[in-house]
Each structure stands twice: as C-alpha cells, then as structure tokens.
Design a protein around this ligand. Structure first.
Ligand code: PEP
Length: 245
C-alpha cells in the first residue's frame, strides 16, 4: 500500500461553461477515494468559474509565460493563472513543445516563473516514436530533465511518451516502470518528487499502470473529458493508496 496518488486531467482546448457539471459528476469518485488527489487543467477561460465548483479538486493552467507581464499578446502570466484559482500549471507538454517550438530552456524559464508565482509546475518530458525505436529514450528524457527542471523548489514530473499521447497506444508496464525508475535515479540527489505517467491512460489500463511502485499518478488527456471515464481512473488509483492518509 502506497502513499497518495495524483490523477490529473488535461482538457486541452476543450470545454466551455457547460462543461463545469463535470465537477459534480466526479464528486462520488472523489469522495469514495480520499487518498487520491485530483487535478483538472481546464482551458484558462474556465479556471475562475471552475474554482467555484471544484471542491477538493485542484486546478491547473495548461501553460504560462516566462515573463510576469508585458507585450505578449494572447499569453498569460503565472500570476494571472494563480489569481484565477489554480494551484498548479502544466509546463512543456509535448503539444506546446511541438506546436510552439518550446525548448527545454523555455520550459525551465516557465517553470521558474510558475514557482515564483506560487504555482507548482507539472513539467512534461517524453521521447518521440523515432527516439524509442532507436533506443534513445533515456538519453532524450535525461536531456529534457537536465535542461527543463528548476534546481530547487517544488515541481512534479509527467513522463509522457509522445507517441502514446492521444493515439490509444500505451507504453508497456515494463517500459513505464523502467523509465520511471530512470527518472527517479536522475532525481536521486534532491527531495522526493511525484512522477506521473501520461499517454492514453484509460479506465481499462489505469490499474495496471497505477499499481507500478514508481508511478505516483497519471496525467490524462482524452479520458479526462468524460466524467465516467475519469471517475473510473480515480477509483483505479484508489485501490493502491492508503485511504487513511
Ligand atoms: C496528454 O495530453 O497529456 C495525454 C496524456 O493525452 P491522452 O491521455 O489523450 O493520451
């Protein structure tokens, strides 16, 4: 039996005010699994309204700018996200790295800005399909960790193999276990960190992934859009934590 688990949902560019009923729909699973921490990253436009509905569910932004203010049309600072009601922010998601050309250095600057604003960054790393085929996955993830992580302060890591995101493909349990052990090894000199797995986590595979000792939880994309699927993943996590904690 383990410490707590964190189940985080990333809604990406999905959701309007009508989606906020989700927080009522997952309440039963939330109450039945008090040893599971739950987090939702809605679009930034919903954070403020979600804060009124979320109960014990934590809220996150999906990105923030590295600067505190300025001429950056369309961007949001970490302070704005925190003030809207978030406690966390996802940084360096592979879709941001790919669509917006974010480098690990950008990711680190954003993570530092998040920490300075009082947010906990959830920093995403993960190899491409080509990298894994070539056996370079640890080299790539090791490099991302080296250049993306702040030297100190609180942060969470999400290992998300890019080829498993939104594809229905999931890394095998042994691949996940060995990458999480590798990540733990890279962090061995610092304080304990949560390391989440992300990549097509669904109700059907969640228990197999969440039972792994080095997996502290999941970052869930597609299955976080449907309250029944997300509730099932919360319940799967609940099997592996001590409910008294
Ligand atoms: C994600 O976008 O972080 C993710 C893991 O998505 P999905 O669960 O849909 O693969």
């Amino acid at each position: 039996m383990q410490r707590r688990k964190l189940i985080a949902g990333n809604w990406k560019m999905n959701g309007t005010g009508q989606s906020l009923g989700f927080f009522d729909e997952i309440r039963q699973a939330s109450e039945a699994n008090p040893g599971v921490d739950i987090l939702i990253a809605p679009p930034a436009t919903l954070i403020h309204r979600a804060a009124a509905r979320a109960g014990r569910v934590l809220l996150a932004g999906q990105d923030c700018h590295a600067q505190t203010s300025g001429a950056h049309t369309g961007d949001l600072s970490a302070d704005m996200i925190r003030e809207a009601g978030a406690s966390h922010v996802i940084i360096g998601h592979s879709e941001r790295r790919a669509d917006h050309g974010e480098t690990s250095e950008t990711v680190r600057a954003k993570a530092l800005a998040a920490q300075a604003a009082g947010l906990i960054p959830i920093i995403c790393v993960g190899e491409s399909e080509d990298d894994r085929r070539a056996g370079r996955e640890q080299a790539i993830v090791g490099d991302q960790l080296e250049h993306s992580l702040p030297a100190e302060g609180e942060f969470i890591i999400a290992y998300e193999p890019v080829w498993a995101i939104g594809t229905g493909l999931t890394a095998s349990e042994s691949d996940i276990a060995s990458m999480h052990a590798f990540i733990r090894g890279q962090l061995a000199n610092g304080p304990a960190r949560l390391v989440l797995y992300g990549g097509s986590v669904k109700p059907g595979n969640a228990a197999g992934i969440l039972q792994l000792a080095d997996v502290d939880g999941a970052l869930v994309g597609g299955a976080s859009l449907k309250a029944s699927d997300f509730s099932a993943i919360i319940s799967a996590a609940g099997k592996f934590v001590n409910h008294a904690e």
